[in-house]
Design a protein around this ligand. Sequence first.
Ligand code: NAD
Length: 329
Amino acid sequence: MKIAVFSSKPYDRHSLEQCNTPFGHELTFFEPRLSPETVALARGFPGLCIFVNDACNAAVIADLAQHGVRIIATRSAGYNQIDLAAAKRHNILVARVPAYSPNAVSEFTVALMLTLGRKTHKAYNRSREFNFEIAGLEGFELRDKTIGVFGTGKIGQMVIKNLSGFGCRILAYDKFPNEAVKQYATYVDGPTFAREADIITLHCPLTPETRHILNEETLPYLKDGVFIVNTSRGVLLDTAKTIHFLKSGKIGLLAIDVYEEEADYFYRDLSDKVPTNDELARLLTFPNVLVTSHMAFLTDHALRNIAEITLGNFAEFERTGQCSNQITE
Ligand SMILES: NC(=O)c1ccc[n+]([C@@H]2O[C@H](COP(=O)([O-])OP(=O)(O)OC[C@H]3O[C@@H](n4cnc5c(N)ncnc54)[C@H](O)[C@@H]3O)[C@@H](O)[C@H]2O)c1
């Protein structure tokens, strides 16, 4: 199939080309994000391959339909960037990669906890300047902490399993509890979860219900000095209120791999530009905040799986007109 690959970085190109031999798709790589300005590039491609920050809203989808796109496959598990109702109206099938490596995101989540918990990012910077002073680098041990895992699907479960080796107490919260989780964690109700967790890590999808789930009303219920980790979607956190509660000390540590307005900033080198987003700039001034650029998925294993499953999605659609990884809701 002729496929236009948007938001393609060198690592996407490498993994997709490497895995394409058995599929034989005709891949054309476009570096820009899909947007109203770039949608014309998709003309003549029945297959469209996108990523998390591509703008796949109703207007763009209407244009895609006009350009002959019949299937949109996102190289991600989350699909909140796609207007599914609009795709359905235009008879465009939407597919995703439901699971490619929960381990990749889980290990990164634990890495963020350990980095802020032991200040290894600061130690690294000090050593590079020949500053071998360790005062101010005091950390904590995970075994002394109660960690709350919000969302116990594929990634949340792996986080729980990975954390179980540290000897911490693990609380879990999910709308649909999972038996397997109970081996390592205890499901509790929302108020208990909020009250008792020293560290909260978010692993639910972005839905209307989870949008700004940590906000002006819910944040005050958390433990004083709570450590929040978000590797799911930026919009789960109300950024303005998060900054407010960082300033007051209510939030003691924050590690985010995702940011509410990341689409305009992440995956780009803006180091020679003046920062234009005041909230992001403010977040980066806190010594107790760690920001990474939506990269928890970025391992060799995950990229290989993403490429194989995505190319398979196009092949199945081409063969049968259907796709087992179609998003239907
Ligand atoms: N940072 C990254 O690189 C990266 C990579 C992959 C996925 N993600 C994010 O991680 C999220 C989780 O991925 P997954 O594969 O574990 O998804 P999943 O569908 O397997 O699990 C999500 C869990 O959240 C629960 N949930 C949904 N709504 C809830 C609510 N309102 N309250 C409590 N629980 C709720 C579901 O019941 C489910 O158990 C994705 O949606 C995506 O946003 C981020």
